[in-house]
Design a protein around this ligand. Sequence first.
Ligand SMILES: [Zn+2]
Length: 220
Amino acid sequence: MLDPSDIEAKKDALIATARRCFDLKLQTNAGGNLSVRLSSADAIVIKPSGVGFAECTRDNLQIVHLDGTIEPSPFKPSKDLDFHLDLYRIRGDIKAIVHCHSPWATGYASAGREIPCLTVQTIEKIGRMPLIPLSENGGPQTEIEISPVFKDRSVRAAVLANHGTIGVGKTLMEAQYLAEIIEETAHIAFVRDTLLAASGERSADMPSYGTAAEAAAARG
Ligand SMILES: [Zn+2]
């Protein structure tokens, strides 16, 4: 059953997260999307189409059931609604999704490159951020391309070629931190690769950081 206090709390969390993404320039006021699972029902709160990240209010966010039923709303559902719903259906551990069109990460992915997890934080906390190519007809990625990647329960972040990023988590804050880390890592990787290319070196020639487990094993 839909619980009004649950809905209110989730809407407020979504509004705050969207504002943080906007303030950090992870998302301009056009495109991107974010959603959060309700605790009281098999349903989510999601930003509708045509509402910017800086314009979310309790009155314009939509409630959508996981079977696709949309609670009455004057707004159009987002184009991304289907992939959000499908991720919640296939992964019970996913309670929130933040999808941004952040420029460094999207630029990296649009060059057909997976963003390397090269920092201590990304190696230890994320492991891999798979690159999901455009759909077969050249259109934007849908649940057909996105869900198979997230069926691997270790995947928490992914990047969509020519499109944007996806971070998932147990809370909106967790998913949003991933959106920040993906963007930060793409920026760091770009600086590294540009400097290496300028001096004719390759990243493969550089020392690489091992995971904590590998480091412990090496220490014996
Ligand atoms: Zn998008």
